[in-house]
Design a protein around this ligand. Sequence first.
Ligand SMILES: Cc1cc2nc3c(=O)[nH]c(=O)nc-3n(C[C@H](O)[C@H](O)[C@H](O)COP(=O)(O)OP(=O)(O)OC[C@H]3O[C@@H](n4cnc5c(N)ncnc54)[C@H](O)[C@@H]3O)c2cc1C
Length: 483
Amino acid sequence: MLISGATGLVAAAVPALASTPRARTEQRPDRRTPKRVVVIGAGLAGMTTALDLRDKGWDVVVLEARDRVGGRVHTLYDPFTTGLHAESGGESIDDGHYAIQAMLKRFGLRTEERPPTKPYDSAVYYKSMREPLAAFLSRSNGKTLSDYLRCQDAMAALGDGIDPQHPERARNAERLDAMSFETFVRSLHLAPEAEFLVRLQNRGEYNAELRDISCLFVAQQSVAAPPSLDGQGLTGTETMRISGGNSTLPVAMAKALGSRIRLNSPVLRVEHSRHGVRVHTPHGHVDAAWCVIAAPLMPMRRVHFSPTLPASVARVIDDLDLGHAAKVIHEYAVPFWKAEGSSGFTVTDLPFAIAWSSTDSRVDTVPGLLTQFITGDAAMTAARLPAPKRIAHFGAQLDRVYPEGKPLQASNTATMAWANERYTGGGYAVFKPGQMAPFWPVLRHGFGRIRFAGEHTETLAGYMESAVRSGHRIARELGRAPR
Ligand SMILES: Cc1cc2nc3c(=O)[nH]c(=O)nc-3n(C[C@H](O)[C@H](O)[C@H](O)COP(=O)(O)OP(=O)(O)OC[C@H]3O[C@@H](n4cnc5c(N)ncnc54)[C@H](O)[C@@H]3O)c2cc1C
């Protein structure tokens, strides 16, 4: 049934293909098809799905557009002094990110710890003045800190009554979804310094301007996030990286999957029926019982679905964007910030907004790296600049904050603007006002023989942890392969 259904579908949809001898060969029934799942994307989500399904007896084929695995987990080694590396995408793991930690254990990979006090040892550069975070928080007789905490409490309260698995079912779901996070923050009338911190922190967290974030999404995330030890979101978060670079994890996963992964295989077309799918790449097609789309939705907009997907599903693919994120990474002969008692973690009112030391989990390095993490509108500006200009533009801002670092700068720099990546399109998912309530059920249920995995489909969104969890979830849903 499955084979004849899928074959008929192709013949109807692609008559030119069906008339060639090669196509006739490809349409020959394949006994393994009812046990096959095709996964689009060899990021953490796709490869977790594939590993779990393989263990459940499925025949898995992973189609990956790029010539490498890992997607948004991509360690940069080349431009830096030998032995140094930096993460162009997913970087830190939190204490409560158990699924990725279990995956690391499975592959015998170790983590290296970032300093637990790094947020407290931050520098704040605000209105052309640099000072330690503690001094900044005590401004206005402590109102900066008390207003910052008031906002954290208000954000936590947003999550009251929200089931992160079904945020759309909350009594106030529509009202919260219609409200932008911008409106919410404004309504709190925070002291200017506190508002600066809140905006900066959340722009980084959601890689979007506050006007582009649904309050229902914020509410869901506030419930889904593991509780931090200090109640301020400062401890227990961003505590570790993978030793040797985060890319070692996707590389290990790919090794375990072997020839099940096909690189340089961008999916162009997905034909689907109630029996199965036929997924086309430039090299041919794969028939399967299920298709798991484990790729961000922005590149899926170039994929042709036949028959056309229902409007509710097509709208999610067309409209659920990734936020904007870019990084610029600079090498220094010595990590000068350490001598100043700083962790290198820096927040500023300059466009780049946030920087940290990418070498703060290393004990063995003399040179140091500072990474500028640029989000929201500034990341769009970054994406429009060619790499050398981007490095110069944002590097000049870093020099304003740390003029003493300029003479120590090496020529080794790197940058990544994720909006320019054809098979990604941005940083990580953000639900705009009005999108969470209608989009969430579609993402969680999929359509027919199509399922969605990826960080954007998890209750806790935006992390490597999210991607791994989503892969486990989809594999659980598909269950054991049919006999
Ligand atoms: C700048 C930045 C900083 C981040 N920082 C952190 C952090 O500190 N901590 C953290 O936990 N997370 C962080 N993240 C998020 C984390 O990296 C992602 O949530 C996670 O890696 C997403 O994995 P995924 O498998 O869902 O998607 P992806 O990694 O995007 O994988 C999807 C795959 O699909 C492939 N693909 C796309 N289109 C097609 C097609 N047509 N055909 C075939 N294949 C296709 C892509 O090439 C890609 O390999 C960060 C991300 C960015 C961008």
